[in-house]
Design a protein. Structure first.
Length: 280
């Protein structure tokens, strides 16, 4: 029987004290223990670093260059596992996440994989995963010239990372996860979308102001156009995100995830912390 592939989990962190504890607790509940968990602190000024250091088996790295791109790269370069898993600090992976990665990567043709997500702080969690899955699955199946990976829930074979990292773009204002997918695709390496590789994520991106959200989502088009990719998939993705923002922002602002009910008070006095932008 072949030896099980080892998994490293990389988490870029910048001022994520409100989210990191639950993220690391979810990793502790895995049916298969990862080889290592690396938290890459990207100049946090809150209690993120202290939280990470409280968890046994977590290695903390420091990356002074500001931006998710640089934190991601530092973590990937330090990883020792056969598979490098990448999640965000507000991600809560399902208990079989590491085990599922090992199963998927048995196929040596698969260079990288991304999975489905549900919003754990929105109504009908975890069943609301179908909203994202419908969108992602359709793009993966029908838009073959639109490669994608989502940094909130993805993994790459370490050998694939080593083969491609020198070609990646060193621009903090692009989507670094999409840039990675594009370069793997252009290098003829296989990407996979798997619905059973599931993770929870926060809907706090919808707490962005309209101007901030449009500033963020514009980077989607910028990233693909920079690589000469002008497919309908990119346009569909941007339109879908904007429509989703219009529909889901009021729900996100009004929904009290702890009480599992809508609250007028929360809607009027919402203090949700928006997600960071890639270049912040």
């Amino acid at each position: 029987m072949p030896k099980a592939l080892t998994v490293s989990i990389i988490i870029p962190v910048y001022n994520e004290a409100s989210w990191l504890k639950e993220c690391l607790q979810a990793i502790q509940k895995q049916t298969v223990t990862p080889l290592e968990v690396i938290v890459v602190d990207n100049n946090s000024t809150d209690g993120s670093l202290a939280i990470a250091k409280r968890f046994a088996g977590v290695t903390v790295l420091q990356e002074k260059r500001q931006g998710a791109l640089y934190a991601r790269t530092a973590g990937f370069n330090a990883a020792r596992g056969d598979i490098i898993g990448r999640i965000d600090a507000d991600t809560r992976i399902e208990p079989n996440w590491v085990e599922r990665l090992q199963e998927l990567m048995i196929d040596k043709k698969v260079a990288a994989v991304t999975g489905s997500s549900h919003w754990y702080d929105m109504p009908l969690s975890p069943f609301n995963h179908w909203v994202e899955d419908l969108f992602k699955n359709a793009l993966f199946r029908h838009e073959k010239n639109f490669p994608f990976l989502f940094g909130t829930n993805m993994a790459i074979r370490r050998s694939a990372w080593r083969s491609i990292k020198s070609e990646l773009c060193d621009k903090a204002y692009i989507f670094e996860d999409a840039d990675l997918a594009i370069h793997l695709f252009q290098d003829k390496q296989q990407l996979l979308y798997d619905i059973r590789l599931r993770a929870g994520m926060s809907a706090r991106r919808y707490s962005d102001t309209p101007r901030a959200f449009l500033r963020y989502i514009r980077l989607q088009s910028v990233t693909y156009k920079q690589h000469g990719i002008h497919t309908i998939g990119s346009s569909i993705a941007v339109v879908t995100y904007i429509v989703g923002y219009i529909i889901l922002r009021p729900l996100s602002l009004a929904y009290d995830a702890d009480a599992k009910r809508f609250s007028l008070k929360k809607l009027l006095f919402n203090r949700n912390q928006p997600r960071r932008h890639p270049f912040d």
